[in-house]
Ligand binder design. Structure first.
Ligand code: SF4
Length: 414
């Protein structure tokens, strides 16, 4: 009886401390050290987040980037981030239907002198030069600024098709005009091929790509990162928590023994599993910054604490992360879209839809999931239920039950 009670209590504590969640389960290290009877040193509390060079741009950026969707009423988060040295701010013209950019604009209206200390990134999901100009002008106006530090084309998955000569000319013109300092793209799927292709172009300054403890060990991703580093392209990692949704992928369960053991071990060392997942990405010096969805002060503090924490992960820690990655693989889409999407007869952007489902179930961001899902053309939506996914499932390296998951996504988001 007492054993059972102890086990439940341990599991419950670990679960609450962050075995399966993304942002909300993060807890500040200062709280952990207090809980373990030691105090955070005054010196470390005053430290600010370090910086790293962003490729060959000459810019130094904070290793933690303020990402996600903040509202105009979240000014305190911006202010505190600035004070803590989180001076790389990431947004997109679509985030919160423009509210995120307006929130940044509100901040710059109040603190205009801070603008030059911020590395400001925004994105537009188009390769049409005319639309790029329109989107850029809207972003500049919303954010009360005359320039963007890094302008990304959002969701690039085919460099040849999307980064055309017309885009190259547009970027050069915008730079010459002083509207943007640097240019690049974000990649949520087919990242490795896009990065390898971009490294050969010679005019891409930065890439923001899905990169985490699951992907960073894969040889193709390693090659892609090395090629970009060699080409002087600055790299920002996103989706570093590599979230999987236990509710959605019911067959996996949320509390694998690996997850419990891993989380308990990290907590003993003074950080959560989520913070360990950030630390392992920072171990690669070629990653200039991690873009993290920071929706409130607790997550900001926890992520800053992780950035300041000097304790190194051990080989066993990395092993634990890999075991966890293996056991939860069927809940995580690695974005290798060419494998599954070319194995079905109908046009269905499988990895995109899995990502929208992840926004919904793992990030709790139903609005973004709904917006993106509902932007899909009607024909594609109807294909979702018609397609036969058996071949795609056979080749999926993550062994995802694609048909089942897409059907659920359709039900939840349409
Ligand atoms: S569903 Fe599987 S094959 Fe398709 S992109 Fe995701 S991980 Fe790759």
């Amino acid at each position: 009886m007492s054993d059972k009670k102890t086990t439940f209590s341990r599991r419950d504590f670990i679960k609450r401390a962050g075995a399966a969640g993304v942002g909300s389960a993060l807890i500040p290290l200062s709280a952990l050290t207090r809980a373990h009877g030691s105090s955070t040193s005054k010196a470390s509390e005053q430290m600010i987040v370090p910086t790293r060079p962003f490729g060959k741009t000459g810019a130094n950026v904070s290793i933690l980037s303020l990402g996600g969707v903040l509202k105009p009423s979240d000014q305190l988060v911006f202010r505190q981030a600035f004070k803590m040295g989180v001076t790389y701010w990431d947004t997109a013209n679509s985030y919160g239907w423009g509210k995120n950019e307006k929130a940044i604009g509100k901040y710059f209206a109040k603190f205009p002198n801070d603008r030059k200390k911020i590395f400001l990134v925004t994105k537009a999901a188009t390769s049409d030069p005319q639309k790029l100009t329109g989107n850029l002008n809207t972003s500049l106006q919303r954010m009360n600024t005359s320039y963007i530090d890094m302008y990304f084309i959002h969701y690039v998955s085919n460099v040849k098709k999307e980064l055309t000569d017309a885009v190259k000319a547009w970027a050069a013109k915008a730079k010459a005009k002083g509207s943007i300092r640097f240019f690049g793209f974000s990649a949520h799927k087919n990242m490795e091929n896009s990065m390898l292709a971009a490294a050969k172009l010679g005019w891409i300054d930065g890439i923001m790509m899905s990169y985490n403890y699951r992907l960073m060990v894969q040889s193709k991703m390693k090659r892609a990162v090395d090629a970009c580093a060699e080409a002087g392209i600055g790299l920002t990692a996103m989706k570093t928590q590599a979230a999987f949704s236990a509710n959605f992928y019911a067959s996996i369960g949320s509390e694998t023994d690996d997850a419990l053991e891993m989380t308990e071990n990290f907590l003993k060392k003074g950080y959560t599993a989520e913070q360990a997942k950030l630390k392992v990405v920072w171990e690669n010096p070629n990653i200039a910054s991690i873009c993290s969805a920071i929706s409130n002060m607790t997550i900001l503090q926890a992520n800053v604490d992780a950035a300041l924490n000097k304790k190194e992960l051990s080989g066993r820690d990395r092993q634990r992360l890999q075991q966890y990655a293996q056991h939860t693989a069927p809940g995580y889409c690695a974005g290798c879209a060419r494998i599954c999407e070319s194995a079905i007869d109908l046009d269905v952007p499988i990895s995109d839809i899995l990502r929208y489902a992840m926004y919904h179930h793992s990030y709790g961001d139903r609005n973004t999931a709904l917006r993106l899902f509902n932007e899909l053309p009607a024909g594609i939506k109807s294909n979702i239920l018609k397609a036969d996914y058996s071949e795609a499932e056979k080749y999926c390296p993550q062994s995802i039950q694609i048909g089942k998951v897409l059907k659920k996504a359709y039900e939840n988001l349409s």
